[in-house]
Design a protein around this ligand. Structure first.
Ligand SMILES: Cc1cc2nc3c(=O)[nH]c(=O)nc-3n(C[C@H](O)[C@H](O)[C@H](O)COP(=O)(O)O)c2cc1C
Length: 325
């Protein structure tokens, strides 16, 4: 399948693996790239730029295909060493960067000069247009269904994607709720040039996370996610567990008085405990409603081949068969 996204990133299939904290290590990124998609290493999971440089080297040893790095610009006071991370990406010869969080404008000239294509993740048409106006090469349009941070507008992809298609001239991928060949064809029909998946890629053989995380996704239905940190305007869609229930209870009790410090136990530093140790009640971790569509743990290649085969059948047989012959 050829789309503006496959052309932009030099990949075989229009499928991107979104950056995921403590999931997007070299093993997963390389597996996605080797299967013809665009694998992404999560930059900030590496605690220093030197560690990111090493992770990029590890990934390059596992694949000769293009892969990218996610750089999430956090709304924190003490900012990570972003110039250092950008340098590690450029020096590592990476040609694709997924930015997320705050506006990446400041970092675009250095990345473009190094021949890097930048795809910015946005949860609204307004932010997508901004990304286009500052020179981003593509956007990843992340609907309300998505695991992680859906923003504060709550517009699901059935509205958000065609709205983006009506306004944007740069290519975009659909993100949030994507799981299979049906998702891909729907995304293309709504105007996207491919899709980005997070949660679905966690439930794969190569995802370097504890088996408990994969089983939790398999056991979950589309009803099992919750939105946390809404009162802080830092909404995150997470899988429901005891810590999330506790957190939501605090949000209810404290109301407008809620501060980050009140929920620090449930959200700070929990990812290594969950993803690596499999301590599933340790805190709140991002997960999409798409969990309801995930029922197995295939290899990344099996997953991507299955998606492409299903998409081709839907387009070539089911949809084509609906037209008068
Ligand atoms: C466990 C997990 C961790 C994530 N961490 C990040 C992150 O660090 N930076 C980021 O930009 N997006 C992050 N995301 C969002 C994904 O890149 C992607 O946009 C999202 O998962 C898409 O929705 P889906 O889960 O329905 O496929 C994370 C998602 C999950 C599930």
């Amino acid at each position: 399948m050829k789309t503006r996204i496959t052309e932009l990133f030099g990949i075989k299939h229009p499928i991107i693996q979104g950056g995921m904290h403590y999931v997007g290590f070299a093993e997963l990124a390389a597996a996605v790239s080797n299967a013809g998609g665009l694998g992404i290493i999560t930059g900030l999971t590496q605690r220093t730029p030197a560690l990111l440089a090493e992770e990029i080297r590890r990934c390059r040893a596992m694949t000769d295909k293009p892969f990218g790095v996610n750089l999430t610009f956090l709304p924190t006071v003490s900012s990570p060493d972003y110039p250092g991370y950008i340098r590690a990406i450029i020096d590592g010869g990476v040609k694709a960067v997924e930015t997320a969080g705050n506006n990446p404008q400041k970092w675009l000239p250095a990345m473009h000069e190094a021949g890097i294509k930048v795809i910015h993740k946005c949860t609204s048409v307004r932010h997508s247009l901004k990304a286009q106006s500052i020179g981003c090469d593509a956007v990843s349009v992340d609907g309300f269904e998505c695991g992680g941070h859906p923003g504060e507008d709550d517009v699901p992809n059935f509205i958000l994607l065609p709205r983006a298609a009506d306004e944007l001239t740069i290519p975009f991928v659909a993100s949030g709720g994507m799981a299979d060949g049906r998702s891909l064809v729907a995304a293309l029909a709504l105007g996207a040039e491919g899709m980005n998946m997070g949660t679905r890629f966690i439930a794969t053989k190569e995802a370097p996370v504890h088996e408990n995380v994969k089983q939790a996704i398999l056991a979950a239905s589309e009803l099992d996610t919750r939105l946390v940190m809404r009162p802080l305007r830092n909404t995150e869609r997470v899988l429901r567990n005891a810590a999330v229930d506790r957190l939501l209870e605090k949000e209810k009790t404290l109301g407008a008085n809620l501060k980050f410090e009140d929920i620090i136990e449930e959200v700070a530093g929990v990812y290594p405990k969950i993803m690596q140790e499999g301590a599933m009640e340790a805190g709140a971790w991002s997960c999409g409603m798409v969990a309801g569509l995930i029922h197995d743990i295939p290899s990344v290649r099996e997953l991507i081949d299955r998606i492409m085969a299903e998409a081709e059948t839907i387009i070539g047989k089911r949809l084509a068969g609906m037209l008068p012959g």
